[in-house]
Write a protein that binds this ligand. Structure first.
Ligand code: 13P
Length: 255
């Protein structure tokens, strides 16, 4: 049975004190909950990874980062490697977020090297894909997402693809308040699972968790999470408020 995951992507938000407070509130809010086959992942900025991982030791959540370098340890000024984040207790790495693709020119080739680095260091990649608005309007969304998967992930062998989480994040729904309808999201998630199945077989495809991201909030989380191919969410804005994030975790827990 595949794992259900709610991951909070804090992006570039919160001072140290605010981050400490938010992690504390979320940790206490989910303490003692029975998360059988379900996982909560907090992805604060790099700087707070160790602090978050210290909390995670005592509470039932995991810590992720929002990016890693495609390079190994060495002379790469300003970069943070997979080895480093693993050494402070991080377990997940978001790779290929649309903001990284757009603002930092991360190409499919770079992303595949980041996926390799994550897997080599025992980090679970949360590999993001998703189309821009003009692509959807031009009805090319399946083609574009199919290509992102083919280039960024489908060079992996069966064993490694089983260690990956996929996140579908339509760019037009990120931070806009406009969510994909449950039907639009389910349709794309089913497409992604079919692509996985065509490449790796039905059994492996049925084990890969596929998260939805893009304006998930307490009011729409439940209807998204009950879709058969949606295995949780990658939450941006609503992960910055403990009350909203905890309600979204509950929505996963209820369904
Ligand atoms: P929002 O939830 O703010 O739309 O952001 C989604 C996202 O980009 C998560 O990675």
């Amino acid at each position: 049975m595949r794992t259900k995951i709610i991951a909070g992507n804090w992006k570039m938000n919160k001072t140290f004190e605010e981050a400490n407070g938010l992690i504390n509130e979320i940790a206490k809010g989910i303490a003692n909950k029975d998360f059988n086959n379900k996982e909560v992942v907090l992805c604060p900025p790099f700087l707070y990874s160790e602090m978050a991982a210290d909390f995670a030791d005592d509470y039932n959540f995991s810590v992720g980062v929002q990016n890693i370098s495609q390079y190994p340890l060495g002379a790469y000024t300003g970069e943070i490697s997979a080895e480093m984040v693993r050494s402070v207790g991080v377990q997940y790495a978001i790779i290929g977020h649309s903001e990284r693709r757009s603002y930092f020119n991360e190409t499919d080739d770079i992303l595949s090297r980041k996926v390799d680095k994550a897997l080599e260091n025992d980090l679970t990649p949360i590999f993001c894909c998703g189309e821009h608005l003009d692509v959807r309007k031009g009805e090319k969304h399946f083609k574009v997402v199919g290509e992102q998967l083919a280039e960024g992930l489908f060079y992996l062998d069966k064993e490694d693809i089983s260690r990956v989480v996929v996140a579908y994040e339509p760019v037009w729904a990120i931070g806009t308040g406009e969510t994909a309808t449950p039907e639009q999201a389910q349709e794309m998630h089913e497409f992604i699972r079919n692509q996985l199945s065509n490449k790796y077989g039905k059994n492996i495809a049925s084990e890969v968790s596929i998260l939805y991201g893009g304006s998930v909030k307490p009011s729409n989380a439940h209807e998204l999470f009950i879709q058969p191919d949606i295995d949780g969410g990658l939450i941006g804005g609503a992960s910055l408020k403990s009350k909203d994030f905890l309600q979204i975790v509950e929505a996963m827990n209820d369904e």
